[in-house]
Design a protein around this ligand. Sequence first.
Ligand code: OSB
Ligand code: MG
Length: 368
Amino acid sequence: MKIDRIELRELQMPLVHPFETSFGRTTTRRIVLVQVDAEGLTGWGEVTAGEEPFYSYETPETAWHILRDYLIPWTLGKDWVAPGDVAARFRPIRGHNMAKAALENALWDIAAQQQDLPLAKLVGGTLTEIPCGVSIGIQTSEEELLEKVGREVATGYQRIKVKVKPGWDLNVLEAIRTRFPRLLLMADANSAYSLADLAHLKEFDRFYLMMIEQPLGWDDLLDHAKLQKEISTPICLDESIHNADDARKALQIGAGKIINIKLGRVGGFTEAKRVHEVCRARNVPVWCGGMLESGIGRAHNIAMSTLPGFTLPGDVSASKRYWAEDIIDPQVTVSAQGTIHVPQTAGLGYTPNHRRIEKLTVRKESFE
Ligand code: OSB
Ligand code: MG
């Protein structure tokens, strides 16, 4: 595969509802898209970094820099055999996984089109329908949260994740459990606690949650292992898993029992497949996380979610939960059973809408 041209662009996309986590609130996403032209085909990738360096150190700005000054020059004009070769070429750069993933995933899109395969098939997926959950941010009142939970359950979503932080945790879980005793429920703390909160974290056990996601430090494994020995709720790791080695070490020391795989956080499909393998070899369930993606990143997440180890509902949900109008056609929709039907056409399975993308673009730069 010979890469002829790469275009970077930044889109500003207002969310239909602001999204609040323990580290902050997002109202408009700044999304960097990577468009790759090779041998008459076009592939797309998305940088999933947050606007601020609060989930991880990456931002749209750091990704633009790493792509423009390193990843794109290292990729252009070279004759690649497989997208995985690009992943290997990017290894000398430490971190910046979301920048790497955007470019590598665009090449997977092209490879799928070249081989006339759905992206899901090319990456090794087997499911044709994926189970979906939703992630619900911190709200201004418990009543508002309960109403949102009720609406998502009625829509059909198979599990509900709520964001928690000190002061918005036991009280809201209690309220949800009282109203929805049998709901598949989990909480995501985004590193809002420390081991000093041990007694408090033990109280989460009474809500029989499916899991608690990343309760402790964003880059910690050791304290999570200590915590897991003290609580019965399974710990799911998100922020602290950057590659397959992290996953292996985490599972070896008992830092968690479940792993959330995000393509951006681990640097693209090649490494995400390795994380999946590490977990599958140990019978550890995984699920696909989300980063408030546009349709491009969402389409990649759908493909990833079809691998056989993705046995738990993920955070991959319908376009309309985020956008008045997504940038792909058709929009991502969810069935009444809370599933997404995986497209069976070649490539992404959704068509990027150039007119809409152009309208939302605030800057672009192309490289030949
Ligand atoms: O921790 O999973 C997370 C959104 C932004 C940053 C981090 C996270 C999230 C979500 C939302 O939970 C997932 C989604 O709906 O895309
Ligand atoms: Mg998370």
